[in-house]
Design a protein around this ligand. Structure first.
Ligand code: ZN
Length: 324
């Protein structure tokens, strides 16, 4: 069964000295696993491919690791995005059947971001962009970012909306007050990343992004960042009379959004997503190197779905959405 993993990460030497300065620190104190993760993030050749082979993964759709360039000064973000995209394009050139790419974009400067987006898709053959959440507290519903959304629409490629740490005032108010390590995990992988990403998507819907761009497709990971659980409630309470949107709230979540595993290899969470959204919008991902490709593949192989649906999740939906 061809298997495409669509939320897989890398870093570049320039990234960890520039927009991602300090990024490697968290791995230094986390023992052998931390060392392994940081090695794997840099490795874009034979070792990564050997691991993919061992896990039965045919292709990784790659994106620059969060925080990406989104929190940097505009000039640093422009240079950082270009470096990461060129680095990724070289890796894809060496292994065109095993790697595909999502563009990093300097979204602080929407005109430059649109130019880089176009270069990545038209010249480098990338399949969309990966945006790491807010930019210093600004979200994609802000009309400031319109050129980037219009560009995705024109190019006909999706936006992967990836988590990032919440904006500092949000993190302090909601997640502060515990030990630094508890607050840190609560604000990130324990809860905050996911809720932050979910709210970001809800803001895009309520801000009319998908009324202005009805064909635009957004991808979120982590089995839907909690959204499927809340979907019936939001659909009932955020009515078109209230929101003044063109469609019922749930329609946007079923017509403009795709969902991936992202290391959430939890059967009840998957079943909730399947029941609310349907199989045509669910895609496999491992969130490498944080999630294990073997575990994700085994989870996929044991899902209680038909073989035809397993194929849709493993590769068919990704092939259609990203043109792979
Ligand atoms: Zn990820």
């Amino acid at each position: 069964m061809r298997t495409i993993a669509v939320e897989e990460h890398f870093v570049t030497p320039a990234f960890v000295q520039g927009p991602g300065k300090g990024f490697l620190d968290r791995f230094k104190n986390s023992g052998p696993r931390g060392v392994l993760i940081s090695e794997r993030l840099f490795e874009m050749g034979d070792k990564r491919i050997a691991e993919m082979d061992a896990a039965g993964i045919d292709m990784q759709l790659l994106s620059l690791n969060s925080p990406g360039v989104e929190q940097a000064e505009p000039a640093e973000a422009i240079a950082g995005a270009r470096d990461a995209n060129d680095f990724l394009a070289e890796a894809i050139k060496r292994h065109p059947t095993r790697f595909a790419g999502l563009a990093a974009l300097p979204i602080q400067d929407p005109a430059e971001a649109a130019k880089e987006f176009e270069r990545c898709v038209r010249q480098l053959g990338f399949k969309g962009t990966n945006i790491n959440g807010h930019t210093r507290g600004r979200y994609l519903d802000d009309l400031f970012f319109s050129p980037i959304l219009a560009c995705a629409d024109t190019l006909g490629v999706p936006i992967y909306l990836h988590p990032t740490v919440p904006h500092k005032p949000v993190a302090d108010a909601l997640y502060g007050g515990f030990s630094p390590s508890v607050s840190g995990v609560l604000a990130s992988s324990g809860w905050g990343w996911h809720i932050e990403t979910a709210v970001h998507l809800l803001r895009m819907i309520l801000g009319g992004v998908f009324d202005r761009h009805p064909k635009l497709q957004v991808v979120i990971g982590h089995m839907g960042e909690g959204i499927p659980f809340m979907l019936p409630r939001m659909n009932r309470n955020l009515t078109p009379q209230l929101t003044k949107l063109a469609r019922p709230f749930g329609d946007y979540l079923r017509q403009n959004v795709h969902y991936t595993f992202g290391g959430f290899n939890f059967a009840p969470t998957f079943l909730n997503l399947l029941l609310e959204i349907g199989v045509d919008r669910i895609m496999f991902s491992a969130d490498y190197p944080y999630g294990s490709m073997e575990e994700a593949k085994s989870f996929l192989q044991h899902l209680p779905v038909s073989e035809a649906d397993r194929e849709r999740i493993a590769h068919g939906n990704a092939e259609r959405l990203f043109g792979l």
